[in-house]
Write a protein that binds this ligand. Structure first.
Ligand SMILES: [Zn+2]
Ligand SMILES: [Zn+2]
Length: 257
């Protein structure tokens, strides 16, 4: 399996997950928070034709994740997987003519060579899901947009070969930021986003014996720095992992797991 990012952060998110079979690899897009032209441009950067995608999986209805999903799906006739709650949160007109597939927490489904397992997370959306991908050999765990660690998250993400984990903000930088108090409270609250320390705590708790690739994602451009993320990860892993930092504009190139 391999994965790459079109961009990561509050301005837009999209992750490509692909099987590496010799015959016809499966390419799935996880979220698309970019407009149609921008998504096409970013896919081309990674060498992927939009028409070769097998579909789009959606995590939740926040615009940095869903903003471009239905335009891309309609243009290239791609099926879209999402939770019942996310579907309820989307205006009806947006989904006209799109093949919609409702998925549920803990119920795995296959798309081509990939098996995807959605799982519920605490975040301030209707029914947010995150996903674990399997290709029969390797396990990739994806987790962004989550307000707190839970025993369920620790269980789901244990045993991954590769992990993409939200390191949203540094608590001190957020507290000193110009953000209004309500926004600071939302971001740092139990249904907001993970601070570096919270993400590091989750990382410390999961079974990392198979973990080879660690990506820090959805960093705040105002309230975090790659150096602070590396510091937080180093503090719990003793320098065992050199994380890849996902960038808002560049995302990151293909990583094999
Ligand atoms: Zn987000
Ligand atoms: Zn969100």
């Amino acid at each position: 399996m391999k994965f790459a990012s079109l961009g990561s952060g509050s301005e837009g998110n999209a992750l490509l997950i692909a099987s590496v079979s010799q015959t016809k690899p499966t390419h799935l897009l996880l979220d698309c928070g970019f407009g149609l032209r921008e998504a096409e441009r970013r896919l081309a950067r990674l060498g992927v034709e939009p028409s070769s995608l097998s579909g789009i999986l959606v995590t939740h209805e926040h615009s940095d994740h869903i903003g471009g999903v239905f335009k891309l799906a309609r243009r290239y006739r791609l099926p879209v997987w999402l939770s019942h709650g996310t579907l309820q949160a989307v205006p009806r007109d947006d989904t006209v003519g799109v093949d919609l597939q409702v998925c549920r927490d803990g119920e795995a489904f296959s798309v081509g060579d990939l098996e995807m397992t959605p799982y519920t997370v605490p975040h301030d959306a209707r029914e947010p899901l995150q996903y674990v991908a399997h290709d029969g050999h390797r396990k990739l765990g994806v987790l962004t947009d989550v307000g707190q660690s839970t025993p369920y998250l620790v269980e789901v993400l244990s045993g991954c070969d590769a992990l993409l984990l939200e390191f949203n903000h540094d608590s001190e930088m957020l507290a000193r930021s110009m953000y209004p108090p309500w926004l600071r409270a939302r971001i740092s609250g139990p249904l907001g986003h993970l601070s570096n320390a919270e993400a590091a705590g989750l990382l410390a708790a999961i079974d990392k014996r198979k973990l080879r690739t660690l990506v820090a994602a959805h960093l705040s451009q105002k309230n975090n720095t790659p150096a602070r993320v590396r510091e937080a990860i180093g503090a719990v892993t003793g320098g065992e992992f050199e994380p890849i930092i996902a960038h808002q504009d560049e995302g990151f190139g293909w990583l094999h797991c």
